[in-house]
Design a binder for this molecule. Structure first.
Ligand SMILES: [Zn+2]
Length: 421
């Protein structure tokens, strides 16, 4: 006898009666107030090449939500699949400073995750689950607790699609099955592969729950409404309409927005180390949690940084110096940042710095390789990229006011099932 509901991290979810596809579109700046460029989806709808999104806006749920700050990829993907903020699941950046081992650590190791996922909860309760990510950096975290060995789950990345095995990923021969070569890690096709694989799995295995997570390579380089961005969203629209035709509930949100950070010849960068040195603060460590192995398109420049101070006596001096820099939106103490953003104190420095919508933060000029930036810089990480789309191809029986991106499983499993738009 199987339970109809599961409880994960203190929240209750109904198990799906129709297949559910939750999509996290990386860096999908939305339209509406404060938007940069009118929103990717909204501008694509205007071209007439995104009829699926247009129909949802007309007849179903086309809304907005707030993501987690720092508005980075890993914290938000993990919040979406756990239904809770980083204070509970522990993943508060792509990267953090481990004070115990005195080392800077990538946050892609499942050992760092402190909460179970809704995907694992549904899988363990008997639902078949499929997880497909663009970059492999997220795959291991998203796959925690899935019953791959028992044949009830599939979890792989586009990036390593040719390396997928039944033992590790629950599927092999992915490239042959999808009929697309493994895309370059810096390409639109890396995300297209995710959707193509999702359609293939829906046609062949029809999993009860799918989680599809793309990469923001296109959004980092192309503003809403530009030809490349419109083509990217038209591609997405084609695959999502196929999933819709197969009867899936489709719920789409984003990990964060994306805004232009360059008004002149060079990006508007605030380098924090020279600011602290000029103020007489000597022993400090600046951590930029946007950092990951794939920095060509953003140069590790984002809207959020955290600073560790050797001496608490430097605290006031450092906070005052950072606050005084034009382009800094706010400087918070660890306690205030953790309370305001829902972050784990043991993985956040003494100060948190957030830049304004048109600025980014760096450590020092020599530590950033900007040679890969071939277009004006676009990036994310701050409060200014907190607004994201919140879209479901069904009407909901409750309001989406004040919802978060990590409420998407709640809305799609508890408020959208068994209704057709
Ligand atoms: Zn992202």
């Amino acid at each position: 006898m199987q339970n109809d509901t599961i409880s994960v991290n203190g929240r209750t979810y109904h198990r799906p009666k129709q297949p559910l596809v939750v999509v996290c579109v990386d860096g999908s700046e939305p339209g509406g107030a404060g938007s940069d460029g009118g929103g990717y989806i909204e501008r694509a709808i205007e071209t007439g090449k995104a009829p699926f999104f247009a129909a949802i806006r007309e007849k179903a749920t086309f809304s907005y939500a707030d993501c987690v700050v720092p508005s980075f990829t890993n914290p938000n993907n993990l919040s979406i699949v756990t239904g809770v903020p980083p204070s509970v699941h522990g993943i508060c950046g792509n990267f953090y400073y481990d004070t115990e081992s005195d080392s800077e650590v990538m946050m892609n190791d499942p050992a760092l995750l402190r909460a179970p996922t809704i995907l694992a909860g549904l899988n363990q309760a008997g639902s078949d689950v499929a997880v497909i990510t663009a970059k492999d950096k997220l795959r291991r975290l998203l796959g925690v607790g899935l019953d791959i060995a028992g044949g009830r789950a599939v979890c792989f990345s586009s990036e390593h699609a040719d390396k997928a095995t039944v033992a590790e990923n629950g599927i092999d021969g992915v490239v042959e099955k999808i009929g697309m070569p493994v895309p370059d890690v810096y390409s639109a096709e890396l995300s297209e592969f995710v959707f193509a694989a999702g359609v293939y799995l829906m046609e062949t295995r029809r999993p009860d729950v799918m989680y599809l997570s793309t990469t923001d390579y296109i959004q980092h380089k192309h503003a809403p409404g530009t030809p490349v961005a419109n083509a990217f969203y038209a591609m997405m629209d084609r695959y999502l309409s196929k999933l819709d035709e197969m009867g899936a509930v489709i719920a789409l949100t984003a990990d964060h927005g994306m805004k232009g950070k360059q008004t002149g010849a060079a990006p508007n960068v605030i380098y924090l180390e020279p600011v602290l040195q000029a103020a007489g603060v000597e022993n400090f460590r600046v951590i930029l949690p946007i950092t990951d192995p794939y920095v060509v398109h953003h140069g590790a420049l984002g809207g959020y940084a955290t600073v560790y101070l050797e001496s608490q006596q430097d605290f006031q001096t450092a906070a005052a110096a950072l606050s005084a820099v034009p382009g800094v939106e706010t400087v918070l103490t660890q306690a205030d940042a953790c309370a305001q953003f829902g972050l784990p104190p043991d993985r956040v420095g003494d100060l948190v710095v957030v830049s304004t919508f048109d600025h980014v933060l760096g450590s020092s000029p020599e530590k950033h390789d900007l040679s890969g930036l071939t277009e004006p810089l676009r990036s994310h990480g701050g409060i200014s990229e907190q607004r994201v789309p919140f879209i479901v191809n069904r009407p909901l029986d409750t309001s989406t006011d004040a919802c978060r991106n990590f409420d998407i499983f709640n809305y799609s499993l508890n408020h959208a099932q068994e209704k057709r738009a």
